[in-house]
Ligand binder design. Structure first.
Ligand SMILES: *Cc1c(COP(=O)(O)O)cnc(C)c1O
Length: 454
């Protein structure tokens, strides 16, 4: 068993190393031949065993070529980070540990590292030091967990116990979002029983920021959802103008800061977060800008007890002493030890390294905008953070140029709609992106665009 596991894990590590070392030489999106080869996985349910070495070899040979090279430096689709080396390595080691992070008695190290991460995140993200933090799968679940906390507290103030009675017959809660709310935040509202269609929507400005002058008539049974980092433009809702109004009215302010909350780490960019510290809850991703492996999100609630109360499970066998009981901060009971990867990323980068990463990605985004402008193309947003929107001409031209860029394979960017126009979105979110990657990608974008426009 011992030597087998050693060979197996070495084999797997070798494949991983080979994968990462050749990532730069392949197209960012898999070629057709690799995709067709996925059909090899389609076989009848195996009746008999296969050696683990063969399983892993098959997985590598057939699976690795059909991955998207988002762990490399030239993936700019959606908002996707890579994995900083220490965090990836910690992920491998923690895979060997196979810890259940729900309870300290199941994993002292996971519980301890989560506590360390809680303190570090309070400082890094500049949020109140007594806020409660839960380690969830991503910003969708972080938004959802925070919104459930908000819902329960607002209803509790009206004398309604959601735990006992659910939402049937409960006093109504208003939900206010910006026109540019992320679709996953609407899903989170939906999952929390708050509905998508009954939300009140505040108009946004040319950058997708909620218009502060349109935020009116707030009250103490309202959840106001702000966005720190619009997925298209990177713009932030003006929290410094809006949150004081909400506080005065007794409304709950929730912040979706899936990637934008990390601006707090940058002395150049933290001005964007002015006022955000006064919110009641926040959601962010660790698998985006902190560059830890999937899946990893963080829910933060100003009064830790509000989160713990919302995530209440009951069940005497789970009663735990100790400072912080991990499962009491998340929807899950059993889950993986996400704190390990977050700890490793922060420990290896340090505050300075993380600030350098954020600043570098922002500078690289500005370089994309500059290079594309110089080549005669139109940038549709103010590049305040890491997101760039470019139009190559008509919507049809932009669409075909996006396809050509994706097919070329030097880099990968997706398309989006912005104020009625088709745009290509460039999101620079990876620790692995070098300035050379940016120049190579820029050259490929301009070459593909000129080929099509003639
Ligand atoms: C990515 C993103 C989300 C969803 O996050 P997941 O980690 O994919 O669940 C929510 N809001 C914003 C602004 C995002 O960029």
């Amino acid at each position: 068993m011992k030597s087998n596991i050693e060979n197996l894990l070495n084999q797997s590590a070798q494949y991983g190393i080979e994968y990462l070392q050749t990532l730069d030489d392949r197209k960012v999106f898999p070629d057709q031949q690799s995709l067709v080869a996925l059909a090899r996985f389609r076989e009848p349910l195996p009746e008999h065993s296969t050696s683990p070495e063969d399983v892993i070899e098959f997985l590598h040979r057939t699976g690795s070529p059909s991955t998207v090279a988002s762990a490399g430096g030239r993936y700019f689709g959606f908002v996707v980070g890579g994995s900083v080396p220490a965090s990836l390595a910690a992920h491998w080691l923690a895979g060997a540990w196979d810890q259940n992070a729900g309870l300290e008695v199941l994993s002292p190290v996971a519980a301890f590292l989560e506590q360390v991460c809680v303190q570090w995140l309070h400082e890094l993200l500049e949020i109140p030091s007594d806020s409660g933090i839960g380690f969830v799968t991503g910003a969708t679940m972080a938004n959802c967990s925070a919104l459930i906390s908000a819902r329960n507290i607002l209803l509790q103030r009206k004398g309604w116990d959601v735990h006992a009675k659910g939402l049937f017959g409960a006093p109504p809660i208003r939900v206010i979002v910006g026109q540019e709310v992320h679709s996953s935040a609407l899903k989170a509202l939906d999952l929390a029983g708050l509905g998508r269609e009954r939300v009140e929507t505040i108009p946004t400005d040319d950058q997708g920021r909620m218009r502060a002058d349109a935020v009116k008539n707030l009250d103490d049974h309202t959840i106001l959802c702000l966005q720190a980092g619009n997925v298209n433009t990177g713009a932030f809702d003006p929290a410094d103008k809006i949150i004081p109004l909400a506080k005065q009215a007794g409304a709950w302010v929730h912040v979706d800061g899936a990637f934008g909350l990390w601006a707090a780490v940058s002395s150049e960019k933290k001005y964007l977060l002015s006022g955000y510290r006064d919110a009641d809850s926040w959601a962010t991703d660790a698998h985006k800008w902190l560059n830890v492996p999937y899946d990893s999100g963080v829910v933060i609630v100003k009064h830790a007890g509000d989160l713990v109360n919302a995530m209440y499970q009951g069940g005497a066998y789970l009663d735990q002493s100790g400072e912080r009981v991990p499962y009491q901060f998340t929807p899950e009971l059993s889950r993986k030890a996400r704190g390990v990867e977050i700890w490793a990323a922060i420990k290896s980068l340090g505050r300075n390294g993380l600030e350098e990463l954020i600043n570098r990605n922002c500078r690289q985004a500005r370089r994309f905008a500059e290079g594309l402008t110089n080549a005669g193309f139109e940038i549709l947003n103010d590049v305040v953070l890491n997101q760039v929107l470019v139009s190559f001409g008509t919507d049809a031209e932009t669409s075909s140029i996006i396809s050509a860029i994706q097919k070329d394979g030097t880099c990968w960017c997706g398309g989006t709609q912005w104020h009625g126009r088709t745009a290509m979105r460039i999101s620079v979110s990876s620790w692995a992106t070098t300035d050379d990657d940016v120049e190579k990608s820029l050259a490929a974008m301009i070459r593909c665009a000129k080929d099509i426009k003639g």
